[in-house]
Design a protein around this ligand. Structure first.
Ligand SMILES: NC(=O)C1=CN([C@@H]2O[C@H](COP(=O)(O)OP(=O)(O)OC[C@H]3O[C@@H](n4cnc5c(N)ncnc54)[C@H](OP(=O)(O)O)[C@@H]3O)[C@@H](O)[C@H]2O)C=CC1
Ligand SMILES: CC(C)(CO)C(=O)C(=O)O
Length: 313
């Protein structure tokens, strides 16, 4: 794959704007942020700030003519992925590679199904503490992106993306077994995102309270049991080892799921507890902790949604 120059990013939220700002400032990178007409109007009216500074993100709508992207970077929430995939088709050429920074274990398969002949790299972002309030995004650490090619056929794309991250000053690692890494992150999200949502707890609470950490770990252990059944080598050491990352997070920082709950937005619970329950049922692994979290988090949905669901019973 030739050097990555044209990057199309879709999803200018906590994650997308934080990494997008770096890509925009990088030498020899042409960043295009793809939005629909409604978002374009809204973003132009409000502006977008990262750590308090206005950032002039170049906004493109699908109707604009665009040269094919070398890399498409998805940064939306899972519920918006199908629409984002359709919107991005006009930016895809024969050599476009894809990367998704979504949490969960499903987005790469969805992208690959939509673009079966393209390189779809697996990726996770680790230890970033980005928070979004409206169009204000702030972070104290960008952490790092762990990415790789699960097929063994796209090492050239891995190298090209590494080079663009070098130019943008985005820290990254390329682990030997990216699928294990993706499952490790899934384990973390199932634990800390969901526990933080029901406890309404920023990272500081988990740093101080062994009880909060235990709520998180009980949920993580169900992922470990499922992963082991699928031949993915997660262990109790991974559960306990997360403490080291947790300790380095800003005490006021919040998981993306807690941010969603506080902002009254839909959560990604179907991608976390929902997925664990489904996989547990398929593989004969009990998942009582995630069943409880699933219902508790759904009960946190905006009140109108809960009462209308109740009136439909
Ligand atoms: N926040 C965090 O610290 C972390 C988040 N993640 C994961 O990253 C993913 C994104 O999370 P996060 O950044 O927090 O989410 P946000 O809600 O902050 O950002 C997602 C953005 O996508 C935009 N969007 C949705 N649909 C479209 C569309 N069709 N076209 C263009 N833009 C669209 C939304 O726009 P609008 O606001 O205008 O509706 C929103 O701003 C999730 O899977 C999350 O789990 C991973 C690691 C850490
Ligand atoms: C790991 C964590 C909790 C922060 O990077 C995350 O992925 C999220 O907030 O969704």
């Amino acid at each position: 794959m030739a050097p990555v120059q044209r990057v199309t990013l879709i999803g200018l939220g906590a994650i997308g704007a934080s990494y997008g700002e770096r890509l925009l400032a990088a030498p020899d990178v042409e960043l295009r942020v793809l939005v629909d007409e409604e978002r374009k109007r809204r973003y132009e009216a409000s502006g977008i700030r990262v750590n308090g500074r206005p950032v002039p993100f170049p906004l493109h709508v699908p109707a604009d003519r665009a040269e094919p992207a070398d890399l498409v970077l998805f940064c939306v929430k899972y519920d918006d992925l199908a629409r984002a995939i359709e919107m991005v088709r006009g930016h895809v050429g024969p050599r476009t590679a894809f990367m998704s920074l979504l949490n969960g274990i499903a987005s790469e398969d969805d992208i690959q199904a939509a673009f079966p002949h393209h390189a779809v790299l697996h990726a996770i972002s680790v230890a970033i503490d980005a928070v979004r309030v409206g169009r204000d995004i702030s972070y104290s650490t960008l952490g790092y992106i762990s990415f790789g090619d699960a097929t063994g056929r796209h090492q050239d794309a891995v190298r090209a993306v590494g080079q663009i991250f070098d130019r943008a000053g985005i820290r990254y690692e390329i682990p030997e077994d990216i699928l294990r890494t993706v499952w490790w992150k899934f384990m973390i999200n199932v634990g800390v995102n969901q526990a933080s949502a029901i406890l309404r707890a920023p990272y500081g609470v988990f740093q101080q309270s062994a009880d909060a950490r235990e709520v998180m770990r009980l949920a993580m252990r169900e992922v470990v049991a499922i992963a082991q059944k699928r031949g993915i080598a997660l262990t109790e050491d991974d559960v306990v080892g997360f403490d080291q990352i947790l300790c380095a997070m800003s005490p006021e920082g919040k998981t993306s799921m807690l941010q969603d709950v506080e902002a009254g937005r839909p959560t990604e619970v179907e991608q976390f507890a929902g997925k664990v329950i489904q996989l547990g049922a398929d593989l004969g692994v009990p998942t009582p902790v995630n069943q409880l979290l699933y219902h508790a988090i759904h009960a946190l949905a905006p009140r109108e949604a809960v009462s209308s669901a109740f009136s439909n019973v």
